[in-house]
Design a protein around this ligand. Structure first.
Ligand code: NDP
Ligand code: MG
Length: 386
C-alpha cells in the first residue's frame, strides 16, 4: 500500500491519479492533496478522499476552501509553504509530483530531501535543477520513479538490463498537431489549433510544449538525469512516432532493441509508478496490434527549433537547462495570452539562452535566481515581439 501526497491534484495527471486511487483502494491511499486556484475541485477531492492534510497554493483562497470543506477532518494549509508541508508530512511515503512548471521544484525537492519516494510527472523540476535534485534524492534515500510516458517506458525496458550495455535511448514524440502539415503557416496558428493535440489529453502548458516539440527537448534533459548520468556514452535520440503507441525504445550494445507499447493513456505509467514492479489489472484499454500501422520519422529541427534548443541546453549544461525552462514557460504563457505568435516561442528562448552568463547553480536559491532572471529577460523579449 502506498500512502501518497498528490501535488497538483486538480490537473490532468492529478485527476488520472485520483481515478486510479478510486479503482485500486487496496494499492494506493491519498494522505495529502494540493491545488493552486481550482478551489472547488480541491474541496471535492478532500471530501471524497479525506487526506490528513491539503494545501491551496494561492493563500487568498484558504477561507473559501474552509467554507467548502466544512467540518471534514483534513488539516487545511495554504501558500507555497503549505504545499511543502503536504509534500513532506510524516503520513506520506510517496509524493506524486504533478504540479506544472517551476512551481513544482521547491516542494518536490523538499520531499526528496525528506526521504519520500518520488513519482515524477513534473519534468520541469528535474530540468531546472537536475544535479541538485539527484543530490536531494541521494541524501533522502527515496526512489525516483518516472511518470512521463517515455521515461516510464525506458524505466520498464531497463529492468533486467545493465546501464553500461545501453547504447542509445530513443524517445518517441507524437510530433503534435503540426507534424506532417507543411501547408500550415506556423506563424499564423491560433491558440486553439495548437491546443488540439491529436493523441493525448493534457494540461495547456504541456500541450503547447508538444506542439513546439519543447516537450521533447525537456524530456531529453529529463532522460539524461534519470538514466544516463553515470554512463555518458549512451546517447539520447528522438524519433517522431505519430501514433503514440511505442512510448520509447532502448538500444543495447549487441544491436537489440527493447520497446514498451500501449495505448496513449497516462493511467498506465502512473499506475506502474505507484504499484511497480507489480501490475494492477486492467488499468487502461488494451492495444490491438493489428488496428494501426506504426510509423517513425526524423524530427524537423528547422521547423521545430525548440527541440534543438533542448539538445543545446543539455550540451551547454550549467545554468542553460534552467534558463531554457524559465524562458519557455514565459513564452508559452505569452502565446496562450495571444501576445506573441507561435513561431516567436523558440525565438524568445534562444535570445534568453544566448544572453545568459551565469555560472552553474549550486543551491535551490541560485536555481530560483536564474529562473527569475530568465523569466524577466523573456518578458522583455515578449514585449519586443508583441
Ligand atoms: P495541468 O495544468 O493539467 O495541472 C497542473 C496542476 O498544477 C494543477 O493541479 C494546478 O492547480 C497545479 N499548479 C499550477 N500552478 C501551480 C502553482 N504555482 N503552485 C502550485 N500548484 C500549481 O498540468 P498536467 O497535469 O498536464 O501536467 C502536470 C505535470 O506533469 C507537468 O510537469 C507536465 O509536464 C507533466 N506531464 C503531464 C502529462 C499529461 O498527460 N498531462 C504527461 C507527462 C508529463 P490548479 O488546478 O488549481 O490551477
Ligand atoms: Mg512525455
Amino acid at each position: 500500500m502506498r500512502n501518497i501526497s498528490l501535488l497538483g491534484a486538480t490537473g490532468s495527471i492529478g485527476r488520472s491519479t485520483l481515478d486510479l486511487v478510486r479503482r485500486y483502494p487496496e494499492a494506493v491511499r491519498v494522505v495529502g492533496l494540493t491545488a493552486h486556484t481550482r478551489v472547488a475541485a480541491l474541496a471535492e477531492a478532500i471530501t471524497e478522499f479525506c487526506p490528513a492534510v491539503a494545501a491551496i497554493a494561492d493563500p487568498t483562497l484558504l477561507p473559501e476552501l474552509r467554507e467548502r470543506v466544512g467540518d471534514a477532518p483534513t488539516e487545511l494549509v495554504a501558500g507555497p509553504e503549505g504545499v511543502v508541508q503536504v509534500a513532506t508530512q510524516a503520513e506520506c511515503d510517496t509524493v506524486l509530483a504533478a504540479i506544472v512548471g517551476g512551481a513544482g521544484l521547491a516542494p518536490t525537492l523538499a520531499a526528496a530531501r525528506a526521504g519520500k519516494d518520488i513519482a515524477l510527472a513534473n519534468k520541469e523540476a528535474l530540468v531546472m535543477a537536475g544535479d541538485l535534485f539527484l543530490r536531494g534524492m541521494a541524501a533522502g534515500g527515496g526512489r525516483l520513479i518516472p511518470v512521463d510516458s517515455e521515461h516510464s517506458a525506458v524505466y520498464q525496458c531497463l529492468r533486467g538490463c545493465r546501464i553500461e550495455d545501453v547504447r542509445r535511448i530513443i524517445l518517441t514524440a507524437s510530433g503534435g498537431p503540426f507534424h506532417g502539415r507543411p501547408e500550415i503557416d506556423l506563424a499564423a496558428v491560433t491558440r486553439a489549433q495548437a491546443l488540439n493535440h491529436p493523441n493525448w489529453s493534457m494540461g495547456e502548458k504541456i500541450t503547447i510544449d508538444s506542439a513546439t516539440l519543447m516537450n521533447k527537448g525537456l524530456e531529453v534533459i529529463e532522460a539524461r538525469y534519470l538514466f544516463t548520468g553515470d554512463h555518458g556514452a549512451a546517447t539520447i535520440d528522438v524519433v517522431i512516432h505519430p501514433e503514440s503507441i511505442v512510448h520509447s525504445v532502448v538500444e543495447l550494445c549487441d544491436g537489440q532493441m527493447l520497446a514498451q507499447l500501449g495505448m496513449p493513456d497516462m493511467r498506465g505509467p502512473i499506475a506502474y509508478a505507484l504499484t511497480g514492479p507489480r501490475r494492477a489489472a486492467d488499468v487502461m484499454p488494451r492495444l490491438d496490434l493489428t488496428a494501426t500501422p506504426l510509423h517513425f520519422t526524423t524530427p524537423d529541427l528547422d521547423r521545430f527549433p525548440c527541440l534543438r534548443l533542448g539538445f543545446d541546453a543539455l550540451a551547454g549544461g550549467g545554468p542553460l537547462p534552467c534558463v531554457l525552462n524559465g524562458a519557455n514557460e514565459t513564452a508559452v504563457a505569452a502565446f496562450l495570452d495571444n501576445a506573441i505568435p507561435f513561431t516567436a516561442i523558440p525565438e524568445v528562448i534562444e535570445a534568453v539562452m544566448a544572453a545568459c552568463t551565469a555560472p552553474a547553480p549550486a543551491t535551490l536559491e541560485e536555481v530560483l535566481e536564474i529562473d527569475r532572471w530568465a523569466r524577466e529577460r523573456a518578458s522583455g523579449e515578449v514585449t519586443r515581439k508583441g
